[in-house]
Design a binder for this molecule. Structure first.
Ligand SMILES: [Zn+2]
Length: 249
């Protein structure tokens, strides 16, 4: 292969790798935000569960006060029952006693209901707290992994910059100028593989004589359509797809 073409292909690989690393680095704030959102949402679930439990406890305190009021009335009626003079008075007091007992029974049922609900709510608080703890662990691990990855990206960018300078030093300035121009105009991809008579990036069919020249890989040839620098590489061996179809059986 032509040495400049080889360097240009190497240069494109370095440019693309640097681009990927930079993009990954630029994603860091978003990734951190997503991690924070996971924690916030787990914390909100704990807060909501605790609020429901507190509401339950406050409702229970209220009905317990009601029960005390009705019990007070009940003892008052029982005292009155001792002192009644007539049958009519007796029946009236008994009616009040029955009513107060009914009220107390209703409220005690309500208290029981609230106690059962409190068990569920307490379990929910514990569950959401455990979920928060495990989410915190997972997020810490993700943060550590992200830090490691970002350090690796930075190191890789430095290495790429060094290799890029090395490749550029050996490259014909005119070829480099073409590369840089196409790179700017074509979204960071200045090189295209030609295969089956077409440019595999813009998918436009090459003129036969252009494709034939590209097959030789002996000079810088640009795609007529996208201007990318073309090179040819033989398709992977047929045996690879054979082995896939065998293993798929
Ligand atoms: Zn093209």
């Amino acid at each position: 292969m032509n040495a400049d073409l080889e360097r240009i292909i190497a240069l494109q690989k370095l440019v693309s790798a640097a681009h990927d690393a930079e993009r990954r680095l630029a994603e860091e704030p978003e990734r951190e935000k997503a991690l924070q959102a996971r924690l916030d949402s787990a914390r909100q679930r704990v807060t909501a569960a605790k609020e429901r439990l507190a509401e339950n406890q406050s409702a229970r305190r209220t009905v317990e006060k009601d029960v005390a009021v009705h019990q007070g009335r009940l003892s008052k009626f029982r005292e009155q029952a001792m002192a009644v003079k007539t049958n009519q008075e007796y029946h009236a007091v008994q009616k009040e006693i029955g009513f107060a007992q009914g009220e107390i029974k209703t409220i005690e049922d309500k208290i029981l209901e609230l106690m059962v609900e409190a068990d569920d709510l307490t379990a929910t608080v514990k569950r959401t707290e455990a979920e928060l703890a495990s989410e915190q662990k997972a997020v810490d691990a993700d943060r550590r992994a992200m830090t490691t990855e970002l350090e690796a990206m930075k190191a890789s960018l430095e290495r790429i910059a060094g290799e890029r300078a090395e490749v550029v030093r050996g490259l014909n300035p005119q070829a480099l100028a073409i590369f840089d121009l196409v790179l700017r105009r074509r979204n960071g991809v200045a090189v295209a593989q030609a295969s089956g008579g077409i440019c595999t990036v813009c998918h436009v069919r090459l003129r036969p004589q252009v494709f034939n020249s590209v097959l030789r890989n002996d000079k810088i040839i640009q795609c007529d359509s996208c201007q990318r620098i073309l090179y040819y590489m033989a398709a992977p061996a047929e045996t690879a797809s054979d082995s896939v179809s065998h293993s798929a059986q």
